[in-house]
Design a protein around this ligand. Sequence first.
Ligand code: NDP
Length: 453
Amino acid sequence: MEVVNPATGERIDTYEEAGDEAVERTLADAHAAFGAWRERPLAEREELIEAAAEVLRDGKREYAELMTREMGKPVAQAESEVEKCAWVCDHYAEHAHAYLEADHHPSPPGTAVKTVHEPLGVVLAVMPWNFPFWQVFRFLAPYLTAGNVGVLKHASNVPGCAEAIEDVLRQAGYPEGVFQSLLAPSDLVDDIVADDRVRAATLTGSGPAGRAVASAAGDQLKKTVLELGGSDPFVVLDDADLADAAETGAWARNLNGGQSCIAAKRFVVHTAVYDDFLDAFVDEVESLAVGDPMDEDTEVGPQARQDLLEALHEQVEASVEAGATVVTGGDPIEREGAYYPPTVLTDVPAGCPADTEELFGPVAAVYEVDGEAAAVERANDTEFGLGASVWTEDRERGERVARRIDAGCVYVNQLTKSDPRVPFGGVKQSGYGRELSEAGMTEFVNRKTVWIE
Ligand code: NDP
């Protein structure tokens, strides 16, 4: 596995890819570790995840720079990502007891009926490069604390992050085998999923990757959680605070180089405020600082890989050919590295890539709609259903519109974000199942009924 720094195009590291033997050793170690791990008192597993939070905080700069080198995330955003990972660890250290001991049903008279939450065993996590620490901690904090053991197949362009995460847990004091990174190519994943020792799988990534893992797991009747792409609408109604919407919208589209499943991608704007919003939004987008991701002041770095930049540009070119107008940006930046400028498209015709596909980079599609009903219709006119954002000064109207949008989460007067305290996940082609909060912690447990007369 070769790691290329996307800011420079230079090869910076080489890792040995795992083959069949390494897969066998990893699964055997994971399986062996499960027996003792599930018997550890929950309080001890909570202490260990709290210790992981401390290791993360102590190594914040080092982990942030590693992410930046491997996938180009601006280093200030990478530091925030490490802090957020520590937060999700804190969250489960504090709440795991309550989540796992929650019993939401009455006992019939004369009985004691309990739901106990028991771990399933080895869970495979197939994870992407865009938030190379967060996506993994979002998985491991609840599931390891619930008593499962984890095997991570991370994206092939961030092997250093995968190994660093394994090391965070080692430093925190986790026993051998409870969490392992397996630097395996994706063509070994089907066999790993099919292995008897693997009890469930979770994947965050593209639709094709999700379908591949879900098919392999379905064939063996194993549970999956899938967090796939999105084409999130950002709805600006006629009574919105336009300055706030424009500033937050520009950030929601462009943070992490636009490479986020819950980034705002389609801006659906009421005709009464369309011109004013577009002017303010383009000003905000053009003011973003694009540059070296190691520079503290950089807001938009390079795309994570050259091939991803090329795929994005093809989507933009096809959309323009179909009739879309480029208001700003629209061509790769001529400099060393995989840089694409923050771009705004208008007049986006139905059926072109900017309209129907996920644009995983800093490209916004802006639509003009004639009223609230048309905004809802446009927002829902997508095969995806991950997140959405609605802007209005009227909170009741905001809730009414939010309830009519087909998505896993809708934020009113805020950008869509994940938060350890609330469920996260999608509907339609954005996947199924939930991560984070109590809902996320109980996806991969046996909710066992114990009935005592
Ligand atoms: P992928 O979905 O291909 O990669 C995500 C993870 O899935 C990686 O670990 C990858 O491994 C693995 N994977 C890929 N194909 C398979 C397969 N057939 N079976 C099992 N595992 C597989 O994303 P890309 O990096 O190729 O990015 C392409 C597009 O995916 C993006 O442009 C974006 O639209 C979407 N994406 C969405 C993300 C999200 O957060 N929802 C995150 C990343 C990408 P390997 O790296 O070894 O191929």
